[in-house]
Design a protein around this ligand. Structure first.
Ligand code: ADP
Ligand code: MG
Length: 392
C-alpha cells in the first residue's frame, strides 16, 4: 500500500497552512446544489482548525480557463462552508498578492479563509513556477486534500510543493488507502465492474483489472464496442468504431488471463433516447438497425448480481445504462442492490455512477465512495498521480 503521512501526528498550532480542496461543486446561480465535496473536506478542515492552525483554502470551480468569470466566483461555496462549520469563513476576491498576504498575516489561530477560484489565474493549469511561488509565499505548509484533481499537475496541486513542505489531507490519505486495497493483495474473489459511455476512457483500467481481478463485468455504452468486436450487430447504439481493435485485444487478453470477463447477454433497446419512448428487452444477437442499446437486460443483471453475491471485494466505475432516463436505470439499480445487500466490501467511483446510486437512495450503503472520476481511474490503472507523488 502507498504510505502516506498522518496529518494527525503533526503540530500545527499557529502555522499558516494552504489547503488545496476540491470544492468544484455544481451551482444553481448563487446556491450550491450539491455540497458532497465540501462535506468530504470537513474532517481535515475541522482537525486543523481545532488544533489552532491558520487555514487558507483554495479550489477550482468549473472551467474559467485562466480568466475571472462572475458566475464562477467562490462566494456561494464560502457561504455553504460557513453554514456547515457553524462559523464564518471569510472569502477573499484574490488568489495571490498583497491583499492575500496581509489577510494571512492578520489571521488568528483556528481562523479559516477561502481564496478566489484558482483557475481564474492563467498560471494555475500551466503549473507556472512564478504563480506557484506567489501562491505558496504566505504559508508554512501545504496540505493537499483534493484527490479529484490529483491526476493534474497544476500550480495548486503540485507546483506549490516546490516552495513549502507538502502533506496529505485526511481525505487524500483515505482515498489512496481505500483505492489501493484492490491493487495489492486484495480480498478475493475481487470483482471489477466497468460501465459508462466510452471504452477510450477506460482501456487502461480494463487491462489492469484483467490482470488483478477474478471477475470483470462490463456494461453500459462501452459494452457495445466489446460486443461489436465479438461480431454482434449493435444497430444504431452508441459505440466507438475506432476502439474496436483495442476491444478485440482486451478480449484476447482475457482469454489468457485468470480473470473471467463477462459481457451482456441481453440488452434493453429503444428507438429514441428519451423518457417514455418504446423499448424492449432482446438477446444480444437480435439488435435491429434502428434500435439502440441503452441498458443491460434482466438476464445480464441477474448474472452480474450472482457474481457480486459471491465476491468479497467489489470495485465499480461507470453506470451500466443510460440511468438519467427511466427506466434505463434498472440494470444499474439491480446490480447496485445486489452489492449493497451482499457482505462484500464495495468501492465505487465516477461522477455519473455516484450520481446514479445517490438518486437511487443507495449511496450510503456502499463501503467507500471515491470523490474522484478521472483520478480514480488513473489510480486504478497504476499511473503515478502527480498530486500524490509530491506527498510521499
Ligand atoms: P462515470 O462518470 O461514472 O465514470 P462515464 O462518464 O464514463 O461514467 O459515463 C456515464 C454516461 O454513460 C452516462 O451519461 C450514461 O448515460 C452513459 N451510458 C451508459 N450506458 C450507455 C449506453 N448503453 N449508451 C449510451 N450511453 C450510455
Ligand atoms: Mg462521467
Amino acid at each position: 500500500m502507498i504510505k502516506m503521512q498522518d496529518l494527525k501526528a503533526i503540530t500545527v498550532e499557529g502555522k499558516k497552512i494552504l489547503i488545496r480542496v476540491d470544492f468544484n461543486v455544481p451551482l444553481d446561480g448563487q446556491r450550491v446544489r450539491d455540497d458532497t465535496r465540501i462535506k468530504a473536506a470537513l474532517p481535515t478542515i475541522k482537525l486543523l482548525s481545532s488544533r489552532g492552525a491558520r487555514l487558507v483554502l483554495v479550489s477550482h470551480l468549473g472551467r474559467p480557463k485562466g480568466e475571472p468569470r462572475e458566475e464562477l466566483r467562490m462566494d456561494p461555496v464560502a457561504a455553504r462552508l460557513s453554514d456547515l462549520l457553524g462559523k464564518k469563513v471569510r472569502k477573499l476576491d484574490q488568489i495571490t498578492g498583497l491583499e492575500v498576504e496581509t489577510a494571512v498575516t492578520e489571521m488568528k489561530d483556528g481562523e479559516i479563509l477561502l481564496l478566489e477560484n484558482v483557475r481564474f489565474a492563467k498560471g494555475e493549469e500551466q503549473n507556472d513556477p512564478e504563480f506557484a511561488r506567489s501562491l505558496a509565499k504566505p504559508f508554512d505548509l501545504f496540505v493537499n486534500d483534493a484527490f479529484g484533481t490529483a491526476h493534474r499537475a497544476h500550480a495548486s496541486t503540485v507546483g506549490v510543493a516546490d516552495y513549502i513542505p507538502a502533506l496529505p489531507g485526511l481525505l487524500m490519505k483515505r482515498e489512496v488507502e481505500e483505492l489501493s486495497s484492490c491493487l495489492e493483495e486484495p480480498k478475493r474473489p475481487l470483482t471489477a465492474i466497468l460501465g459508462g459511455a466510452k471504452v477510450s476512457d477506460k482501456i487502461g483500467v480494463v487491462s489492469r483489472f484483467l490482470q488483478l481481478a477474478d471477475n470483470l463485468l462490463i456494461g453500459g455504452g462501452m459494452a457495445n464496442t466489446f460486443l461489436s468486436a465479438e461480431g454482434f450487430n449493435l444497430g444504431s447504439s452508441f459505440f466507438e468504431p475506432e476502439q474496436l481493435k483495442n476491444a478485440a485485444d482486451l478480449i484476447r487478453q482475457s482469454k489468457k488471463s485468470a480473470c473471467r470477463l463477462f459481457l451482456p447477454v441481453d440488452l434493453v433497446v429503444t428507438k429514441n433516447l428519451e423518457a417514455g419512448s418504446e423499448y424492449q428487452t432482446i438477446d444480444i444477437s437480435a439488435v435491429d438497425d434502428d434500435w439502440k442499446a441503452v441498458d443491460i437486460g434482466p438476464e445480464t443483471a441477474s448474472v452480474f448480481s450472482g457474481i457480486v453475491q459471491d465476491s468479497k471485494l467489489i470495485v465499480w466505475n461507470g453506470p451500466l445504462g443510460v440511468f438519467e432516463i427511466p427506466p434505463f436505470e434498472q440494470g444499474t439499480e439491480t446490480v447496485a442492490r445486489a452489492i449493497t445487500d451482499s457482505a462484500a466490501y464495495s468501492i465505487i467511483g465516477g461522477g455519473d455512477l455516484v450520481a446514479a446510486v445517490e438518486s437511487l437512495g443507495l449511496a450510503d450503503r456502499f463501503s467507500f465512495i471515491s470523490t474522484g472520476g478521472g483520478a480514480t481511474l488513473e489510480f486504478w490503472e497504476g499511473k503515478e498521480l502527480p498530486g500524490i507523488k509530491i506527498l510521499q
